[in-house]
Design a protein around this ligand. Structure first.
Ligand SMILES: [Ca+2]
Ligand SMILES: [Ca+2]
Ligand SMILES: [Ca+2]
Length: 340
């Protein structure tokens, strides 16, 4: 099965670098290990002496070694820069949310000519540590990447990543570099042992059927109710794009439309675990998508060859849990939060 569309770290470490402007950009906050040690020692002393020095809200700083390369130059070659997209999702179906960042490209070529322009995938070990697995996963990317829309576009049980691409106009390189780029979908393929690698599909997925554009945000939803997730993408100075999913393969699917009672009305934040055909996968209710975008519900799962889900577990934001067994596939299941 392939996804096809029709046109209509490293382990946690303090970030490198000595440029104090990094802090201003709000992307890389430099660590201060000496201070961190001092604070930890003070906290340990306070706990040992029975004092509680923590405020009612408190955070522990855990840096991630990612820096956005937005092509900003001291000479201001481009009239504007933009933020990259980020997606929080469980790429390897282990129940822990992982983090994917899109990244920019060399302003002279709009290609990822250096590792510093690489997109980055950080795998969560469930203990607050995020390891850079970009190379293993094959997610470095090729162009100037912006939006991210996560979905299992071929319904095989592994999430795929739709990335919108394209830059703003560069004043200096305007006559030499085409800033419009096609979008790309990265198809998740299970590997061994237990990992997932991604295959970049652009023309193969039908995404060159329209002229390239300066794409920005993207969002996902089953727009025609056929069980295959479609994508809407925006572009600067060009019409918005709808990419209807006509992927072959016919994988089965299940989607969940949650209605909270004790929890929030849309069940945002609810975790859903689906077991089907011996495989387990996880999702959570969220409508946020990549860069400046919101997706449509319901929460979608691809089931591959399985015609039903053996077990579905839901943990509502209130802490209430719910289990359902033997759910037939290929439909939207509407669920109301049960009482405590
Ligand atoms: Ca994970
Ligand atoms: Ca997939
Ligand atoms: Ca569809």
């Amino acid at each position: 099965m392939t996804a096809r569309f029709d046109a209509t770290a490293q382990p946690l470490a303090y970030a490198r670098g000595s440029d104090p402007s990094h802090d201003r950009k709000g992307v890389v906050a430099r660590g201060r290990p000496v201070w961190a040690v001092a604070v930890l020692l003070a906290a340990a002393w306070a706990m040992a002496s029975g004092q509680n020095t923590l405020a009612p809200i408190h955070f522990v700083y855990r840096p991630i070694d990612f820096r956005l390369e937005s092509c900003e130059t001291p000479q201001r070659h481009a009239p504007e820069t933009m933020a990259g997209g980020v997606a929080i999702f469980d790429y390897n179906n282990d129940g822990y949310l992982d983090i994917f960042f899109t990244n920019g490209a060399d302003i002279r070529t709009l290609k990822k000519t250096s590792p510093k322009y690489s997109n980055r995938l950080f795998e969560n070990d469930g203990k607050g540590n995020f390891k850079d697995v970009t190379a293993k996963a094959g997610l470095a990317g090729v162009g100037f990447d912006n939006g991210v829309a996560i979905g299992d576009y071929d319904n095989d049980g592994y999430k795929d990543i739709f990335v919108t691409r394209g830059h703003v106009q560069s004043l200096e390189y305007a006559s030499r570099v085409r800033v419009e780029q096609p979008n790309t979908v990265f198809r998740g393929i299970p590997g061994n042992p237990g990992g997932v690698r991604f295959e970049a599909l652009t023309a193969e997925a039908g995404l060159t059927a329209q002229p390239p554009s300066r794409h920005r945000g993207s969002a996902v939803g089953d727009l025609n109710g056929d069980g295959r997730l479609d994508v809407a993408a925006s572009a600067i100075g060009a019409p918005a794009e709808v990419w209807l999913n006509d992927s072959p393969g016919g994988g089965h699917w299940l989607a969940f439309e949650l209605q909270g009672t004790t929890s929030n009305r849309d069940g945002i934040g609810a975790g859903i675990k689906v077991t089907a055909g011996g495989a387990v996968q996880y999702n959570h209710v969220s409508f946020a998508a990549g860069y400046a975008s919101s997706s449509a519900g319901p929460t979608h799962f691809g089931l591959g060859a399985s015609k039903s889900a053996d077990l579905v577990g839901i943990r509502w934001p209130s802490g209430i849990t719910q289990e359902l067994r033997n759910l037939a596939a290929d439909r939207v299941v509407k669920l109301q939060e049960p009482p405590k």
